[in-house]
Design a protein around this ligand. Structure first.
Ligand SMILES: Cc1cc2nc3c(=O)[nH]c(=O)nc-3n(C[C@H](O)[C@H](O)[C@H](O)COP(=O)(O)O)c2cc1C
Length: 199
């Protein structure tokens, strides 16, 4: 799991909590601007060195399941930099336009880009959650390049049919979409039944 410097730190935290709740092991990489985003959008409580505490405080004891290892974005020798490491899938949430460009062009300038490149070359699941508005033609083209290479582009675009009442409901929707993309069952949002369900 990678967290980069696009707006939407809450999506990352909700996704991380849901994966830990499912007893996953996560190799976590947070870019410098991802660290800034966590701090700017969620406050001191969500700083990188106390993520477990933040997740348990916010989402309850279920977030104390599972394990994660925080890897340096500068460490291109980390386990996930190699295809021989048995990493089943990767999500970049949120994904900045800069990281998107790096992945689209196979630059591998840091561990986030290299790990994503490994997912693509090994034909493993790579879920990219980009956020920008509006988008330039190069940014749109970069999404196409990633999709052509096998990544799933899952834009940070929460829906409203589930009648969200809080921003946590919107984060649940995005985390649910990501879990579905990674092959997990969940009840983070109600399935569409053909009509809006009254709350
Ligand atoms: C508060 C804040 C919000 C930002 N939001 C976005 C965003 O939504 N999308 C984006 O592509 N870049 C955004 N940026 C700019 C990126 O963080 C910047 O391009 C950075 O170099 C990305 O580096 P990274 O991909 O290594 O994290 C934001 C920056 C800051 C400080």
């Amino acid at each position: 799991m990678a967290i980069t410097g696009a707006s939407g730190a809450l999506y990352a935290m909700r996704t991380m909590a849901a994966l830990l709740e499912r007893d996953c092991h996560l190799e976590l990489v947070v870019s410098d601007y991802g660290r800034r985003l966590l701090h700017d959008e969620l406050g001191e409580a969500a700083s990188v060195n106390r993520l477990r505490e933040y997740l348990v405080e916010t989402y309850g004891d279920v977030a104390s399941r599972g394990t994660f290892t925080l890897l340096s974005n500068k460490d291109l020798g980390a386990s996930i930099a190699s295809g021989s490491h048995d990493c089943q899938a990767m999500v970049i949430v949120p994904c900045s336009m800069k990281t998107l460009a790096g992945v689209a062009h196979g630059l591998s300038r840091n561990l986030v880009e290299r790990a994503a490149d490994v997912m693509l070359k090994e034909k493993r699941r790579l879920v990219i959650v980009p956020r920008e508005a509006p988008m330039s033609l190069p940014q749109l083209r970069n999404m196409v390049l990633c999709a052509e290479a096998g990544a799933m582009i899952l834009p940070a675009m929460p829906a409203f049919y589930q009648q969200p009442r809080t921003i946590n409901d919107l984060a649940d929707f995005m985390a649910g979409k990501i879990l579905s993309a990674l092959g997990f069952e969940h009840e983070l949002y109600p399935p569409w039944t053909g009509q809006v369900e009254p709350k």
